[in-house]
Ligand binder design. Sequence first.
Ligand code: LP5
Ligand code: MN
Length: 241
Amino acid sequence: MRPSLFISDLHLHQTRPEISAAFFHFLSNEAAQAGALYILGDLFEFWVGDDQLDRDRFSRKVCDAIRILSDRGVNVFFTHGNRDFLIGERFATEAKLTILTDPTQIRLGENSLLLLHGDTLCTDDLAYQQFRRQTRDPAWQAGILAKPYDERVALAASIRERSDTEKATKAADIMDVSLATVEQVFRTNGYIDMIHGHTHRPATHVHMVDGHQCTRLVLSDWQTQAEFVNIDDLGRRQSRT
Ligand code: LP5
Ligand code: MN
């Protein structure tokens, strides 16, 4: 059996050629040897709707590279991030991947794992949670998707700018996960281990929750090289780069 690989927070964009190169290399090497690839959100720097595939050649190239991986027999899964929550069924079909709800439980060998982007754990960041509620509302999304593409790109840039301005004034711990929320998520999901990204604080945390030992693996964002976690078919973690 081939292992499962987990990645998140690549923030792919044509202005980050070194990360794009690392991603394409990863797809044709490590990922091509895997049984499954789980992309846990923020694959793209931003996504304004699936017509981005027609309007942006770089996005099309990423989509095609994922489809080639899928055609090689690797099962590809995707969870929405806070940058690419507008990825839809057209992208999924053309990239030949499956969109997972957040959170999703999977089984690897003896072990179950909970997969999520991680932004839902950051409940102390009230401004972000308000933004999240608004942007995940299907009516809001339909209104946005009805706007012209160029307008959506400009809107995304202005939200990015405002987000960066607001982040500069937020305390660092506000932007990390809330421990109480993490414990509650372990509780409601039967104390299985979890993997998430979003915080860009790679680590392996062990939590004791109601007498259960639970592991929370936080994926790294991609800065200069491929960053992935490899879990074998028995559910054992093999390596981290
Ligand atoms: O992204 P990151 O990691 O730097 O920061 C996040 C939170 N910020 C966000 C916003 C994204 O960066 C921007 C997403 C744009 C792409 C989507 C475009 C598609 C829709 C528009 C196109 C039509 O998620 C940041 C968190 C941080 O993680 C840590 O968890 O703190 O949260 C914020 O900064 C949120 C701000 O506090 C509030 C943002 C207000 C924006 C208001 C715009 C109103 C939108 C209405 C538009 C009609
Ligand atoms: Mn994120």
